[in-house]
Design a protein. Structure first.
Length: 235
């Protein structure tokens, strides 16, 4: 019994010794690897330092220039950091603005679709075709003449939009429509004379005569090139 216990203890001691030997061998291998790495890094560092010294020597840099170079590197590093921060802020802004831009884009599409449904695009296309036809059908001299006539056209439109002129035009159009609807061409001479003697007819004849007088006065006082007279005719 005692011999068996002693054998077990001896076997356990052998296993522990083998484990310790293996650990020592592993530590030796790790130390050798570290020493090799240090040796390699030393060689690389020595070569890099030699190259740097050789480059600096060939560049003939003075200590003040080297210090200026380091300061420039530090300043550029600060600028680079600021630029990176700005880029990060811009990226955040773009990310925040994406929903707003998407919403505006959808609104623009809806507005364009609404304009298309109302016919604005077709009207614009027709206007462009009309403009092309006008340009192609008129010579440069015609366009210059139209350009010179723009002030007169503007004045004519200004006079045409006056309330009394619009009322007169409305009366003329209404009168022509009424005459065409109730016109009787089989009237006798006596009936025509009686109609001309009516107050409405006399008023119309008076207006027509005054109109002819004004037209004749303006035509007589116009210049040789067809320019309007400088004097204003009282009506």
């Amino acid at each position: 019994m005692v011999a068996t216990v002693m054998e077990d203890r001896i076997a356990e001691l052998d296993r522990k010794l083998e484990f310790i030997v293996e650990e020592l061998a592993h530590l030796k291998r790790v130390r050798n690897s570290a020493e090799d790495l240090v040796a390699d890094l030393t060689l690389v560092g020595r070569d890099a330092m030699g190259d740097a010294v050789e480059a600096l020597g060939s560049a003939a840099l003075r200590p003040q220039e080297i210090m200026h170079l380091f300061k420039s590197l530090l300043i550029d590093a600060r600028l680079l950091n600021g630029a990176l921060l700005q880029l990060e802020s811009a990226a955040d802004f773009v990310q925040d603005a994406q929903p707003i831009v998407r919403d505006l884009f959808h609104q623009a599409i809806a507005a364009c679709q609404n304009l298309q449904e109302k016919g604005y695009f077709e009207a614009a296309s027709a206007g462009m075709r009309i403009g092309d036809a006008l340009v192609q059908s008129h010579s440069p001299s015609d366009l210059k003449q139209v350009e010179a006539s723009v002030p007169q056209l503007v004045g004519f439109l200004r006079e045409l939009t006056r309330p009394e002129v619009l009322q007169a035009l409305e009366a003329i159009i209404h009168g022509f429509g009424r005459v065409q609807a109730t016109m009787n061409v089989n009237k006798s001479l006596f009936q025509l004379v009686r109609d001309m003697n009516s107050p409405d007819a006399r008023r119309g004849i008076a207006i027509l005569v005054e109109f002819l007088k004004v037209v004749g006065s303006r035509s007589g006082s116009a210049g040789p090139a067809g320019t309007p007279a400088t004097q204003t005719v009282e009506r």
